[in-house]
Write a protein that binds this ligand. Structure first.
Ligand SMILES: *[C@@H]1O[C@H](CO)[C@@H](O)[C@H](O)[C@H]1NC(C)=O
Ligand SMILES: *[C@@H]1O[C@H](CO)[C@@H](O)[C@H](O)[C@H]1NC(C)=O
Ligand SMILES: *[C@@H]1O[C@H](CO)[C@@H](O)[C@H](O)[C@H]1NC(C)=O
Ligand SMILES: *[C@@H]1O[C@H](CO)[C@@H](O)[C@H](O)[C@H]1NC(C)=O
Ligand SMILES: *[C@@H]1O[C@H](CO)[C@@H](O)[C@H](O)[C@H]1NC(C)=O
Ligand SMILES: *[C@@H]1O[C@H](CO)[C@@H](O)[C@H](O)[C@H]1NC(C)=O
Ligand SMILES: *[C@@H]1O[C@H](CO)[C@@H](O)[C@H](O)[C@H]1NC(C)=O
Ligand SMILES: *[C@@H]1O[C@H](CO)[C@@H](O)[C@H](O)[C@H]1NC(C)=O
Ligand SMILES: *[C@@H]1O[C@H](CO)[C@@H](O)[C@H](O)[C@H]1NC(C)=O
Length: 415
């Protein structure tokens, strides 16, 4: 009984004290608009989760001096944070954390989730490890999340899908595994998404909900299955070094596409004319897949922008596509390591004297005489013709690399 009274007494004394402290705290906040206490606590937690040995002098974190108020400091303290004063002149809030990438080691504390006014979180190029805390889902005002080039592990928290204001997500160069959370595929404001260089996998079905997406980079992962349905807004698509299979048909609606890299997958079928003829595509890399044909029509009326066509390392058959010469902006062409047969069109030679700067045709089954134009190319063009069955005079420099015996290229015609 005595004990309980004592406890009651202590706790009421405690609450009295806390009222006094709270009142004392309120007085200056009316005049100075000091930083919200819980935001300061979160900043402290962030520093506590970083190994002090990795906090170099002159680094941003080193400047975090909790003897001054983060949002009121007038000197070189609290570098890497931005504050905002709410309209009602209550406490200041932290709105951005944009750290220097100097190799901070440690964890990202769950207390990050208490910085509920945060719009930017950027901790690129450090050595943060462990998971991204689920409390990230409390940061409803976040527009930019960038944790690229760290050692984060675990899955991408599905809570990220609740952050509807996100416009920019960069989780590249970490060790995330698992799949893309379903809710993340409906972030309507997202314009940039990079998940490259992780250990992500699974099928991706439908990303059309990301209807404002401009750039999608999921290269260097282990995604498999068919290529996903993609939003038509996309301008840059990087899918290389995954295990995608099937055809490339779903890409042909991407009328705004400028840059497409689907190299190093297991895609098959045709490199379709509809994709080659996408008007704005500048850079097309379809190399190291299992494509068997390339369907090129005469585009001279349409002014395609295509500048680079990289299709090496496929199973492309038939004659070299003569219609490539109708692409008015094409200058770099790589068709090496395929199964093209027959003669090199003399039109290719004419292009080498005008527009084309690089033409790689090595490791195919080409036969016949080298068109005369090839022997007169200028020195600023790069051409490779080796490992075909061409009649290539050894005193012509383009013929270096040697040729296979003609018999090796016979029989390819029938395919
Ligand atoms: C963050 O908020 C939670 C829940 O309100 C609280 O328990 C925790 O102590 C807060 N952390 C910090 C560092 O303020
Ligand atoms: C906030 O402070 C500014 C300048 O001190 C004043 O002009 C404004 O009326 C204040 N707003 C409110 C809602 O108190
Ligand atoms: C990559 O993810 C797979 C599961 O999807 C797992 O078995 C493997 O250990 C992970 N590899 C690395 C290096 O994390
Ligand atoms: C993809 O998802 C969108 C909504 O996010 C839906 O309208 C569309 O029908 C889906 N497409 C396919 C092929 O499933
Ligand atoms: C095309 O992709 C291959 C394989 O991923 C890569 O090695 C090559 O550098 C790429 N070409 C260009 C011009 O980016
Ligand atoms: C492509 O079409 C143009 C006319 O539109 C024609 O002049 C040109 O010879 C054609 N080129 C080829 C390679 O068929
Ligand atoms: C394509 O060529 C035209 C005319 O030579 C040039 O004006 C245009 O800038 C080129 N486009 C690209 C993307 O290089
Ligand atoms: C094209 O292929 C050749 C030979 O395989 C390679 O040496 C060259 O780097 C490739 N060109 C480009 C632009 O990637
Ligand atoms: C290569 O040698 C042949 C004779 O063997 C000669 O007719 C030809 O002009 C030479 N070509 C060059 C480019 O030197």
């Amino acid at each position: 009984m005595v004990k309980r009274i004592a406890t009651n007494f202590v706790s009421s004394l405690n609450s009295l004290l806390s009222i006094i402290i709270a009142t004392l705290c309120l007085i200056p906040s009316q005049t100075h608009s000091l930083t919200l206490k819980s935001d300061i606590n979160s900043l402290r937690e962030i520093t506590h989760a970083i190994d002090p040995n990795s906090v170099a002098p002159y680094s941003y974190i080193h400047s975090w001096d909790f003897r001054v108020d983060p949002c009121e400091s007038k000197g070189p303290q609290f570098l890497g944070i931005l504050c905002d004063l709410p309209l009602d002149n209550s406490s200041s809030r932290i709105t951005a954390i944009d750290l220097d990438g100097i190799g901070y080691e440690g964890f990202l504390t769950p207390a990050i989730g208490n910085l509920t006014e945060l719009t930017i979180l950027n901790i690129n190029n450090n050595k943060f490890r462990g998971p991204i805390p689920e409390t990230i889902g409390n940061l409803r005002k976040l527009t930019r999340l960038s944790v690229s080039d760290n050692f984060f592990t675990g899955v991408i928290p599905q809570e990220i899908g609740e952050l509807k204001k996100l416009e920019y997500i960069d989780l590249s160069m970490n060790r995330f595994s698992g799949t893309i959370p379903y809710d993340m595929t409906s972030l309507r404001r997202l314009t940039y998404l990079s998940l490259s260089d992780n250990n992500l996998s699974g099928r991706i079905h439908n990303l059309t909900g990301l209807w404002q997406l401009d750039t999608l980079d999921i290269s260097f992962n282990q995604f498999f299955g068919d290529l996903p349905n993609l939003p038509v807004s996309l301008r840059n698509v990087y899918f290389s070094h995954n295990i995608f299979s099937g055809h490339m048909t779903s890409l042909k609606n991407l009328i705004h596409l400028r840059w497409l890299d689907i190299s190093n997958n297991r895609l098959s079928g045709a490199i379709e004319r509809d994709i080659l003829s996408l008007r704005r595509v500048i850079h097309l890399n379809v190399s190291f897949n299992r494509f068997t044909s390339m369907d090129v029509i005469n585009y001279s009326g349409q002014r395609p922008q295509l500048h680079l066509l990289e299709a090496q390392g496929n199973n492309l058959r038939g004659n070299l596509p003569i219609n490539l010469v109708s692409f008015t902006n094409l200058t770099i062409i790589n068709l090496s390591n395929n199964q093209f047969h027959g003669l090199i069109p003399k039109e290719y030679g004419q292009k080498l004297r005008t527009l084309w700067r690089q033409l790689y045709l090595d490791h195919n089954f080409l036969t016949g005489k080298l068109p005369l134009e090839f022997t007169h190319t200028t020195t600023n063009v790069k051409v490779s013709l080796g490992n075909n069955c061409l009649k290539c005079p050894t005193n012509v420099t383009l013929c270096r690399g040697g040729q296979r015996p003609e018999t090796e290229c016979l029989g390819q015609h029938t395919i």
